[in-house]
Structure formats: C-alpha cells, structure tokens
Write a protein that binds this ligand. Sequence first.
Ligand SMILES: C[S@@+](CC[C@H](N)C(=O)[O-])C[C@H]1O[C@@H](n2cnc3c(N)ncnc32)[C@H](O)[C@@H]1O
Length: 243
Amino acid sequence: MFKIDRHPRGKFLLIFWVFFVVGCASTLPKEEVFERNQEHFDRRAQTYDKSFDQWVAFEPAHNLLLREAEKRGLSPEARILDVASGTGILALRLAEKAPRGEIVGMDISPEMVEIANQKAEGFPNVEFVVGNVEAMPFPDETFDVVTCSYSFHHFPDPDVALEEIHRVLKKGGKLYIIDPYKAIPFGYVNWALDQIFEGPIWFQSARGFRKLYQQHGFQKIDQKRQLRRLGIVVPAILTVGTK
Ligand SMILES: C[S@@+](CC[C@H](N)C(=O)[O-])C[C@H]1O[C@@H](n2cnc3c(N)ncnc32)[C@H](O)[C@@H]1O
C-alpha cells in the first residue's frame, strides 16, 4: 500500500495534493460553494455544539468579541444581526448583553437555524432566519451592530459579503468579524486542515481584512488577535469597524 511517509516523494505529493484541492475549490462556481456549505453544515448541526472546535476556537472567539463590544459601549437596546449564526450560541450571548434590544441570527443552513430557534424559545427578542450573506432578507440600515464569527472564510466573495453587511448596518453602526487568518505558521496549518475537512474556504490576512473594511467604507478600524487557549494555538483575528 502507498504510504506518504515511506514514499521518497511522499511529502512533495502531499503538498501538491493540498494545493490541487485548494486550487480546484477556489474555482468552484459560487452556487456550488453555497450548496456544499449548506449540506456540510446541515450534516454537522446536531453535533455542532459538542465539537472540540467549540472549546478550542469558537468559545474564546465569542468571549473576545463580546468583551470588545462591551468596551465599545454595546447598548442594551441594540438591534444586532449575527451573520452565519450557526446554532445560535453567540446570538444568545448577545441577547444577554442587549436584553431590551432585538437580535437576529441568519444562516444558510436550515438545520442550524432550526436548532438555534429551539434554543431561542423563551427569548422573545431573538429570532433566527435562513439566508445567504450575499442576499440578506433585511432592509437597508436596519442594525446597530453586525457580528460574524468563524464564518467569513466560508464566503466565496468577500466584497459582496461586505457590501451586503454595509447595506444593512445603520450609519454609525459597528461591524465585528472574528475569523481564522493567514498567520505564520499556524494560520497556514489551520488553513490547510480546514481546506481538507471543511471544503472550500478563503482565509484573509490581518492586512487583507483592514483593506476590505476600508474599501467598503468602514472607519475607525481596529484589530485584536486571539492566539491561544491553554497553550493551544488558535490564530484568529477580530476586526472592528464603524460605518
Ligand atoms: C463554523 S460555523 C460558525 C457558526 C457561528 N457563527 C459560531 O461562531 O459558532 C460557519 C457557519 O457559516 C454558515 N454559512 C456558510 N456560508 C454561508 C453563507 N453564504 N451565508 C450564510 N451563512 C453561511 C454555515 O452554515 C455555518 O453555520
């Protein structure tokens, strides 16, 4: 049997394979990416809250995002949209910080949305809806705050996603995106693993995020890095901007 570590050109072939998969994935038509993402996350929805990722990546990311939002004076009355809200963990934590506000979570996966809505029973000001970041079902200038956690790398067209987010934010509203990013060396390891196990993804660099925010009219751009939990390296970056 072929074994990567015994084969003289094994490492080269492995690297070639990763780049081949990445190359193929990044040229997929958008509609196919959306379909794959929906199927992938529909399949994962039931076990999503118990995954190792929650502990090592998502929970620390949510903690950082919530801390920074509070520092920036998150209003208890804020209207908040959590884009790609998954099973609703972050949105429900946001609801605790904005008890007199209105919190909407939106996700492309109907299974994720169903689970999130079950958890939201008893929260009259929280609702989850199915939707795609590229065509969000909300009027212009609806929200004071938009959040997006560990999802931006699943969006095939970052410009369209940011344009839509900018459209639904009120003037002076704040955008918080936390996402894994191209950090040397662990960000690249993370990127290769996600590419293999999660399907097509697109990591930005820290600079790439700042540039995207600037190009889409955001101001007062600020970034915070989340690097580790109990010594395990989880490179993610929070980028905050004001419309
Ligand atoms: C890794 S999960 C993160 C979920 C949640 N934000 C969290 O922090 O736990 C990525 C989510 O992005 C959603 N997603 C992927 N592509 C999307 C799109 N084009 N529009 C809306 N949601 C999308 C998936 O269905 C999935 O729930």
